[in-house]
Design a protein around this ligand. Structure first.
Ligand code: KG4
Ligand code: ZN
Length: 341
């Protein structure tokens, strides 16, 4: 029998300091996440310098806990995987510097991982049958993309947002109706009490590529609606606004994903990123896939938002295909999907 492969994975691209130990690619031995949300809540969004400072304070502790919970030591690791982009540069640098130091001291190979490739790979953890090719709808705080996953290391972007990411729209609308940061989970919860048909918000169509997205018009429509109500002194039903806004986002995401899958003749659709934990989005994609005869895959919420287990999965496949980074690895805040540096 082949020897087991262990990867220590590190993630620090935004406001989660995370480390995980993965066995043979898809088995989670430990997945430790220190979330900075409480800290950034005070400011209504992520403050980059505060994020970096908190990462440097917590990272060793989080890694130590990941190793202890997995019952392994650095010696048992086959490689060190780390997110090196995209993300906040100061935040990324903490994880990258830490991973390089460990790789150097423990004499282990270093594998840099693309954050979004990690989000996509989160789907492999609980779906052992899932293999490329498949289509993945990536919906996070910074990205909204339809990605054709041709192989474990080969990706083609079929559509992307021209302006705001879906998560960003959730966060901005949540702030406008006084829900605070992060808005996604709060809108998700409040929308359950509202009527999604109460207010008709626009579903933007983008010229050129039918699979591209645009959410800034929708965000402005919500803000206009709120202003109009204020001017006319009409009391705003926040649950209806949340439900109607969420419904507009979900309609567009679902329609684009399904029509892209049909056009490309792909019978497997996955969803990834923080917004993928939205209950109504999951239901909408699930029922549309059922209707169209597509297989639908989604990670548990804990693997949707930022975590290191997903970086470990992507890192494992990169390691197996021979990807090795030198100790000169740098953070690349605008790293493109499928790009190797
Ligand atoms: O993937 P992620 O953890 O970080 C990035 O890589 O950006 O995504 C964070 C985003 C935030 O915008 C947050 O509001 C959104 O995901 N989010 C949600 C939900 N949970 C998190 N959006 C809608 N519904 C949710 N349940
Ligand atoms: Zn993310």
């Amino acid at each position: 029998m082949d020897k087991d492969t262990y990867i220590l994975a590190i993630e620090s691209s935004c406001d989660e300091t995370a480390a995980a130990v993965m066995k043979n690619g898809r088995q989670v031995c430990s997945n430790v996440i220190y979330s900075q949300i409480e800290l950034h809540k005070l400011y209504g969004g992520v403050v980059p310098e505060i994020a970096s400072r908190k990462h440097i304070e917590k990272i060793n502790q989080v890694i130590e806990q990941a190793l202890v919970e997995a019952g392994v030591t650095l010696k048992d690791m086959d490689a060190i995987a780390v997110t090196y982009g995209p993300g906040l540069v100061g935040a990324l640098l903490v994880g990258v510097a830490e991973a390089k130091a460990i790789a150097y001291a423990a004499k282990k190979p270093l594998v840099g991982v693309h954050h979004i490739e990690g989000h996509i790979a989160a789907n492999y953890i609980e779906h052992l049958d899932l293999e490329p090719p498949f289509l993945c709808l990536v919906v996070s705080g910074g990205h909204t993309q339809l990605v054709k996953v041709e192989d474990y290391d080969s990706f083609e972007i079929i559509g992307k947002t021209r302006d705001d990411a879906a998560g960003e729209a959730f966060d901005k609308v949540a702030r406008a109706i006084g829900l605070g940061y992060p808005g996604g989970p709060k809108i998700d919860k409040l929308a359950k009490e509202g009527n999604p048909e109460a207010i008709t918000f626009p579903r933007a169509k983008v010229e050129g590529n039918p699979f591209d997205f645009s959410f800034s018009g929708l965000k402005s429509a919500v803000l206009n609606y709120l202003n109009q109500c204020e001017m006319k002194q009409i009391e705003v039903n926040r649950a209806d606004v949340a439900a109607s806004f969420q419904c507009a986002v979900i309609d567009v995401l679902t329609n684009h994903a399904i029509s892209a899958a049909k056009e490309l003749n792909i019978d497997k659709l996955a969803v990834a990123g923080g917004v993928a934990s939205n209950t109504s989005l999951r239901e909408s994609l699930q029922s549309a896939c059922k209707k169209e005869g597509l297989q639908f895959y989604y990670p548990s919420p804990i693997y949707c938002t930022d975590n290191a287990a997903m970086i470990g999965v992507a890192g494992y496949y990169a390691y197996k295909s021979g990807v090795r980074h030198g100790l000169d690895l740098n953070a690349v805040p605008n790293l493109k999907i499928g790009q190797r540096m």
